[in-house]
Design a protein around this ligand. Structure first.
Ligand SMILES: [Mg+2]
Length: 386
């Protein structure tokens, strides 16, 4: 078997949404992603779509199609750990490592996203070459994981009846639970939305709340106190970006609800700092942002013996494999609403099976989700270089 790399490429994707989706701190108008492919001499093509990068999409693509291509051509895909360090430690990318300045921070995020795209495509190629799923390559702890819906966005003009209808549809559609957006209103008003949702879905449905870093510590604690009766499974990113370590630690210690964060971290080092500061009960680090599966493995290995769970920020096409591979994986999350995430419904030839609240690992090797090439071409972000 010749697993030498003969081609590496990234294709930027933009799919405009028909309406705007608002969370605690942002509004989404387009779904962006990156398709990364690694072709091997044995004919196998590792392929993944991942990320939702808008501003630096062109730079991430440029790095993969330029320098990373140079670094990886002719190398053996099986040496994935070595290839990861070759990308991460490349001296020609020295400009990534200057002082503290917003552009340099952005550069590091570009680097880690570019590594992620290539690394995940390599793992898909390894799985396909060996005829086994990525889930099994990483440990194969189980073959299904509970699936939750991301929803409860703030929609202009929508009222209580709309929210009730939305969440009941998730339950009736076979979801194990949901993640509700909070942080866009006052703690009292958002706690009232949680009450409404709990009353609508009953007790046997997981409700997590995600503030997307909208609140101060005292607002977050007020929210915790108000939602006590409604069995909130976890409180995600409760506090503002500049108060992550101590702020999260306080909410965790005093709020009485498990705290999840980590989706903004771009490396295992950042995740380590959240864990050692006792700031989280689970990490939802995103494999498509933070250096790919090779780096995620390190985070998951660290988290286990620290009694920290592993959640995952979106990206079910990869997260499904990660969270089924280990004993401390929590829930995979999707946007069941095709208006919010049309690419999940359009790009893969077929989605993994969801039944009885669980998403099942596909039988096909690698990530088990071949992509529809004609749609990659249709949604290619033409303004950007290939
Ligand atoms: Mg989140």
């Amino acid at each position: 078997m010749n697993s030498k790399i003969v081609e590496v490429r990234a294709i930027p994707i933009e799919r405009k949404l028909d309406k705007v989706f608002r969370g605690g701190t942002y509004a989404i108008q387009s779904r962006y992603t990156l398709v990364t492919e690694v072709r091997l001499a044995n004919g196998v093509v590792g392929q993944v779509f991942g990320g939702d990068e808008e501003r630096y999409q062109k730079d991430v693509c440029g790095l993969i199609n330029g320098r990373f291509q140079e670094l990886l051509l002719g190398e053996d895909a099986m040496n994935v750990e070595r290839l990861w360090h070759r990308m991460f430690g490349d001296k020609k990318l020295g400009q990534m490592n200057r002082g503290i300045h917003v552009l340099d921070l952005a550069n590091r995020a570009i680097l880690m996203q570019a590594i992620a795209g290539v690394d995940i495509a390599l793992w898909d190629a390894i799985g396909k070459s060996m005829g086994t799923s990525v889930s099994k390559l990483l440990g194969g702890y189980r073959d299904k994981v509970p699936v939750i819906a991301i929803g409860g966005y703030y929609v202009r003009g929508a009222g209580e009846a709309d929210l009730r209808q939305e969440v009941v549809a998730y339950k009736e559609g076979g979801m194990y639970g949901m993640k509700l957006k909070v942080g866009g209103l006052t703690p009292a008003e958002d706690a009232d939305r949680v009450r409404l949702v709990r009353e609508a879905v009953g007790d046997d449905f997981v409700i997590a709340c995600d503030a997307n870093q909208a609140w101060t510590v005292s607002e977050a604690l007020e929210f915790c106190a108000r939602v006590k009766p409604y069995k909130v499974r976890w409180f995600e990113e409760p506090v503002q970006w500049y108060d992550q370590l101590q702020g999260l630690q306080l909410v965790r210690a005093q709020g009485g609800i498990p705290v999840v964060a980590g989706q903004g971290e771009i490396s295992a080092y950042g995740c380590r700092d959240l864990v050692t500061a006792h700031a989280v009960d689970a990490l939802n680090v995103d494999v498509t942002i933070a250096g790919g599966i090779t780096e995620w493995r390190r985070v998951a290995s660290m988290a286990g013996p620290m009694n920290i769970g592993m959640a995952h920020h979106e990206e079910p096409q990869v997260a499904l494999h990660l969270l089924t591979a280990i004993p401390h994986g929590l829930y995979v999350e999707i946007f069941p609403n095709p208006e919010r995430d049309p690419l999940w419904f359009e790009l893969p030839e077929k989605q993994p099976r969801i039944a009885g609240g669980y998403m099942h690992v596909p039988d096909a090797p690698g990530l088990g989700m071949p992509l529809r090439t004609e749609l990659i071409e249709q949604y290619r972000a033409n303004a950007l270089p290939a």
